[in-house]
Design a protein. Structure first.
Length: 227
């Protein structure tokens, strides 16, 4: 059996995977959806520890695919670096990612950095980034917009400012970087720079909400670890 550990991105919670999980279960897979929003004012390292703890619950010998959406691209790489022998494959879904010492705000364009810091300063007590509107995630359908708007949560600023702590262990785990078109940010280049297989699909940033079937098929076809 394959276990998919699905890690949500910024401003989201495990409900981000609600429409994808049943498709994986129908194919006989198991899923875990760690919650990165439960530890108050926290940072990237706290989130990586949360995911590493979830990896520890997967039985030894079971194939494990670790999936990170958006901001969680950084999280899953650090978690995998902490547990390299547990993870068979990494998948970034429109994921931010870089090498050791890289933070989310170092990867992001200047306009994004300025907007995030200003939002935290004026509306988040200097510690929290208020959630942007659903349109920022490519959601335009009225029903999906209403569904998402009532669920988005503030994001701790430290998750964007803390730099990743990586050895070279994560670089020995095969990876796939899925990037969606049209692209708002260079997610294809992030994956390619890490030597990952890169795949392009059409859809919005929050494609797991609008069109989960192609993503589910891609995950189910993820090649096993050739090591």
């Amino acid at each position: 059996m394959t276990t998919y550990v699905l890690v949500h991105g910024a401003w989201h919670r495990p409900w981000a995977w609600d429409r994808l999980v049943p498709l994986l279960h129908a194919a006989g897979a198991r899923t875990l959806t760690p919650d990165l929003g439960t530890s108050g004012d926290h940072g990237l390292h706290d989130d990586a520890a949360t995911v590493a703890a979830a990896l520890d619950t997967v039985p030894a010998g079971e194939e494990l695919v670790l999936v990170g959406h958006s901001y969680a691209g950084l999280v899953v790489r650090q978690a995998a670096d902490l547990r390299p022998h547990a993870v068979d494959h990494l998948v970034l879904v429109d994921g931010w990612a870089g090498h050791d010492g890289t933070s989310m705000l170092e990867l992001a364009p200047d306009a994004f950095v300025t907007a995030v810091r200003e939002a935290a300063r004026t509306s988040g007590d200097g510690r929290w980034i208020p959630a942007p509107p659903p349109a920022a995630f490519g959601i335009v359908d009225a029903a999906d917009t209403a569904w998402l708007a009532e669920r988005l949560v503030p994001q701790a600023l430290r998750t964007f400012t803390e730099a990743t702590r990586l050895s070279d262990a994560v670089d020995h785990i095969p990876g796939t970087a899925v990037h969606y078109r049209p692209a708002a940010y260079p997610f294809d280049r992030f994956g390619a720079a890490l030597g990952y297989r890169t795949l392009a699909l059409d859809g919005p940033h929050d494609v797991m909400l609008t069109d989960p079937e192609p993503l589910a098929r891609l995950l189910l076809e993820t090649p096993p670890d050739p090591r």
